[in-house]
Design a protein around this ligand. Structure first.
Ligand SMILES: Nc1ncnc2c1ncn2[C@@H]1O[C@H](COP(=O)(O)OP(=O)(O)OP(=O)(O)O)[C@@H](O)[C@H]1O
Length: 374
């Protein structure tokens, strides 16, 4: 196990900047996840960490070794890095035991046998030594691929969309199992995924990449609740960015009514800002003046996720327990119940950003709710 540090890493391929100034740290035994839209540079960054991609700027430290810089690069096989890829191809002509111990060239037969047995136990497949890959399910094959990468006790494990060929249910259970396994083995790992739920289930630290930049590197909780960039707010979880205008009294005139928060005080009157509204920031309240019409309903197990039109231009999302079915087309009342405010200047993505303390809403300016028409 090892610490991983990236300092201002940049990779250019055929004169195109693919990774731009990425810095991140994973402490010993931590699991990190990189999220981001297709083509944003996640795989290229993993390849750079593994030593398959030269750097145009910055440096990469694995354990105590500055393994990559612009002027020098430790060869991939000397980095102690294990890798698991989407197409995890096991060797079809080797049995499970030989597949797992493939990378343990220097170990004795007894050591190999003991390590194979230990790993098979940990991945829930004890006694599978003599099976062949074609006798295993997709999920079992992926567990074996993981055991193969872990067998030589790498300093660092890199996983590139390791579960993407599996179905959603299996992915979720496997993600939790993999977290447990990595923690038992004390391995530092960096994983690339498209799947936020997977990242949230697995990661101690996670980040969103966009066009080669790492926009934020944080705990999954902070990424969701305290996005520091408008694109992170948009990418992570469900939510809507609503626009409002700061008034002379340092309030925010918004589609949810007048909003007050100390974070608005330094912002000049007339400034247009956007703020983040998550589905759990609004609760259904029949007596509220804030009214909207249900446009659609999506079943999410314990909850339904509703899209509500507040006006012809403004739609928001809200959650409600799924045993209280609300029909599409119905008008409902909503009460803002924000825990904190995430606000961005509309003309650029950065500050003011996150502000602690919940905003106060005044709905006085909104019309009185009308009794339902029969
Ligand atoms: N060898 C290469 N030659 C030219 N362009 C490349 C090369 N490798 C990657 N790229 C480009 O770099 C960009 C980032 O690719 P990368 O595979 O790192 O993205 P990604 O975030 O992993 O995408 P995905 O989620 O779809 O796997 C893409 O636009 C890709 O076309």
């Amino acid at each position: 196990m090892s610490r991983l540090e990236l300092d201002q890493v940049a990779v250019t391929i055929a004169q195109n900047p693919i990774v731009r100034g990425v810095s991140l740290t994973l402490e010993n035994g931590e699991i990190g996840c990189l999220l981001g839209p297709s083509g944003c540079g996640k795989t290229t960054l993993l390849r750079a960490i593994a030593g398959f991609q030269a750097l145009q700027q910055g440096r990469i430290k694995i354990g105590d070794d500055w393994a990559s810089s612009v002027s020098r690069s430790t060869p991939p096989e000397q980095r102690g890095v294990g890798m698991v890829f989407q197409d995890f191809a096991l060797f079809p002509h080797l049995n499970v035991a030989d597949n797992i111990s493939f990378g343990m060239r220097r170990a004795s037969t007894a050591e190999r046998e003991q390590r194979v047995a230990e790993l098979l136990q940990r991945i829930g497949l004890p006694g599978y030594q003599q099976r062949y890959p074609h006798e295993l399910s997709g999920g079992q094959q992926q567990r074996i691929a993981l055991a193969r990468a872990l067998a030589p006790r790498p300093q660092l494990l890199l996983l590139d969309e390791p579960f993407s060929s599996l179905d959603a249910e299996l992915r979720e259970t496997l993600a939790l199992e993999v977290r447990q396994l990595l923690k038992q083995e004390g391995i530092t790992a960096l994983l690339v995924t498209h799947d936020q739920q997977e990242a949230f289930a697995l990661a101690d630290r996670a980040g969103v990449m966009y066009q080669g930049e790492l926009l934020q590197w944080d705990t999954p909780y902070q990424l969701y609740h305290q996005p520091r960039h408008q694109l992170v707010a948009d990418f992570i979880g469900h939510g809507v960015l609503l626009q409002g205008t700061v008034t002379a009294a340092n309030q925010l005139a918004s589609p949810l009514g007048m909003l007050e928060h100390p974070a608005l005080e330094p912002i000049p009157a007339g400034t247009i800002v956007s703020f983040l509204v998550r589905p759990d920031d609004l609760v259904v309240d029949p007596s509220s003046r804030l009214r909207g019409v249900i446009k659609s309903r999506g079943f999410r197990g314990a909850h339904n996720l509703y899209t509500i039109a507040l006006s012809s231009e403004v739609e928001i999302l809200t959650l409600s327990p799924s045993h209280e079915q609300l029909e599409v087309g119905t008008e409902i009342g909503l009460r803002p119940e924000f825990d904190h405010l995430v606000v961005f200047a509309a003309d650029h993505c950065e500050l003011p950003g996150f502000a602690t303390g919940h905003p106060e809403f005044s709905l006085d300016q909104l019309p009185e709710p009308q009794p339902p028409q029969q």
